[in-house]
Design a binder for this molecule. Structure first.
Ligand code: ZN
Length: 189
């Protein structure tokens, strides 16, 4: 188990779609060790989630967790989730504008996400999950599955809203948190 360096935007591994894990390999030390590294690195960096290619690995695995997150204090809690070979399907067609950041990108900005998604994945014990996610939690799942497909927030952000974290805090944060807190109360997670 170890904290690994985050791969920054510009490295081709972030643009390379990850490869499904053979379910027979989930119990292997390589995959279990990668999962442990993802969890350690995500927690160390205060990420809400992390995708395997963000630490240079090619397997289709993401981990997600939100507790009291200083980077994203407005996000509803998400218990530690390990998702292997996740597949995501928008439900309904309702969308919401979310201001997102990313451990691999030094900017934030507004982008459009589906409000409701169905996610199917295997956990680290190889058990199948089929779940509905809503709101900011659905947004986090879409962000991580984008990574696993080789996509980054810069592909989706409205360029006029791009900001450094410092400028976001100064000019956008209060209005965003007010709007997104109301939204979260309405739709849940
Ligand atoms: Zn990211």
């Amino acid at each position: 188990m170890s904290v690994r360096p985050i791969v920054p935007i510009g490295h081709p591994v972030l643009r390379t779609p990850t490869i499904d894990v053979d379910p027979a390999d989930i119990a292997s030390p390589e995959i279990q060790g990668l999962i442990d590294d993802l969890i350690d690195t995500m927690r160390h960096e205060n990420g809400a989630g992390i995708a395997a290619n963000q630490i240079g690995a090619t397997a289709r695995i993401t981990t997600i967790e939100v507790t009291d997150n200083p980077r994203y204090p407005y996000k509803p809690p998400i218990p530690l989730t390990v998702a292997i070979n996740p597949r995501l399907e928008p439900i309904g067609g309702e969308t919401v504008v979310i201001n997102e950041g990313c451990l691999s990108v030094p900017l934030r900005g507004d982008l459009v996400r589906s409000v409701t998604v169905r996610v199917r994945y295997l956990d680290r014990d190889g058990l199948e999950h089929d779940e509905i996610k809503r709101g900011l939690t659905a947004g986090t799942w879409q962000h991580e599955c984008d990574h696993l497909d080789g996509r980054l927030i810069v592909d989706r952000i409205d360029p006029a809203t791009m900001a450094t974290w410092e400028q976001f805090e100064a000019h956008q944060r209060d209005a965003f948190i007010e709007r997104i807190t109301r939204f979260t109360e309405e739709v849940g997670s």
